[in-house]
Ligand binder design. Sequence first.
Ligand SMILES: *[C@@H]1O[C@H](CO)[C@@H](O)[C@H](O)[C@H]1NC(C)=O
Ligand SMILES: *[C@@H]1O[C@H](CO)[C@@H](O)[C@H](O)[C@H]1NC(C)=O
Ligand SMILES: *[C@@H]1O[C@H](CO)[C@@H](O)[C@H](O)[C@H]1NC(C)=O
Ligand SMILES: *[C@@H]1O[C@H](CO)[C@@H](O)[C@H](O)[C@H]1NC(C)=O
Ligand SMILES: *[C@@H]1O[C@H](CO)[C@@H](O)[C@H](O)[C@H]1NC(C)=O
Length: 347
Amino acid sequence: MWRIVRGGARCRRWTSLVLATFICSSVIIYSYIYFHAIRSIKIAKKLKYVQRNQTAAQPIAQPWKERVQKLTKNQRMPLLTLFTTWIDNDDKKLVHNITIVNWLSLRPFVLPIIFTNETALAKTCELAGWKTMPLRVVAADGVPVLKYMYIDAMKRYESSLYAFANGDILFTDTLIDTLAEILQDNSTSHKHTLIIGRRTNTNNITMKEVSSWKELTVVAKKRGKLFRSDAEDYFVTSASYPWHEIPDFVVGRRAYDNWLVLNARKQKHRVIDASLTILAVHQTTDDGNYESKKKETREYNHLLLLSLYESIKYNLGDCICAEYETSLRSGRIWITPRRLRKFCRLR
Ligand SMILES: *[C@@H]1O[C@H](CO)[C@@H](O)[C@H](O)[C@H]1NC(C)=O
Ligand SMILES: *[C@@H]1O[C@H](CO)[C@@H](O)[C@H](O)[C@H]1NC(C)=O
Ligand SMILES: *[C@@H]1O[C@H](CO)[C@@H](O)[C@H](O)[C@H]1NC(C)=O
Ligand SMILES: *[C@@H]1O[C@H](CO)[C@@H](O)[C@H](O)[C@H]1NC(C)=O
Ligand SMILES: *[C@@H]1O[C@H](CO)[C@@H](O)[C@H](O)[C@H]1NC(C)=O
């Protein structure tokens, strides 16, 4: 009797021990699976702009997963809506094809858009994986007006930042890393931000040379030349940037780049020169680096500004007059105020 009772007690104790172990391990395994599922759902949501058609666009295998995980909560994906516009032209086909492939490699951080009313061009870009939008306003014999591209892109697509870049400019992951760092920087309380930088002119870039960011970097280092600091080819602005207040400049004609920078400085926006951390490669062809000088309406923007202001000191809109600069130190990107040269003084 006694033995049976004791045996039953031991048995019951064993049963509860096994049960407890079972429940505990189930809870641990379940939580583990749950936690991972939630995490991958979160990442998948962030990656909703990853192109579904991986073969058409031939994207480059990039370490984007780690980058996505590094982003903080207040950073929206994509980080940047990047747009441009060009006219379909046989002489420039290769340059544009290379731009199409290069900008695609920046997804999901960057959403590439072309503004065009040309059906064939829109179709080519769409098939490759770009978004297309119609050109709402043109001037100077059909040249696109810059600000409406910003206004329309901001209305249509949500992202942390928006930028126009000329259609022959190529970027690498340095664009993503620099913008992510700037978005995280909370050391100033500026309402609006403008990010600009110098370009690196590089001759005869081939499709093979843009097959990876690394290769493009090597090519730019080997054959490239940093262009003058008073030429700006891309303008990254915060989502709230007051584009409606900007005059109706057309793209690809001189004067508007420097005016945008000098105006942003006067309005006390945060103006950042990212030349030291963003590689912006300009595809230089046999036309050279001063293509816009040949066009008949080349003074359109300058004349527009003269009709609005008495004098325009373009030198105040030089890259080196930006109040902030980015730099690379100890493997990190820093955004720091800059000691301005005398000729940058606003008055
Ligand atoms: C994928 O690409 C093919 C051809 O390149 C195209 O016909 C198809 O519509 C694309 N699918 C998606 C989902 O974009
Ligand atoms: C550019 O791309 C289009 C479509 O992918 C292709 O048909 C064309 O041959 C390419 N042109 C050049 C010059 O690379
Ligand atoms: C481009 O197309 C849109 C509609 O698709 C039209 O509203 C606009 O006026 C066109 N732009 C030009 C410059 O023709
Ligand atoms: C800025 O962000 C850092 C973390 O990235 C945080 O430690 C710091 O408190 C923040 N400063 C302000 C003023 O919000
Ligand atoms: C590009 O290469 C061709 C020959 O391969 C050469 O004739 C031309 O001058 C080069 N263009 C530039 C801008 O270097």
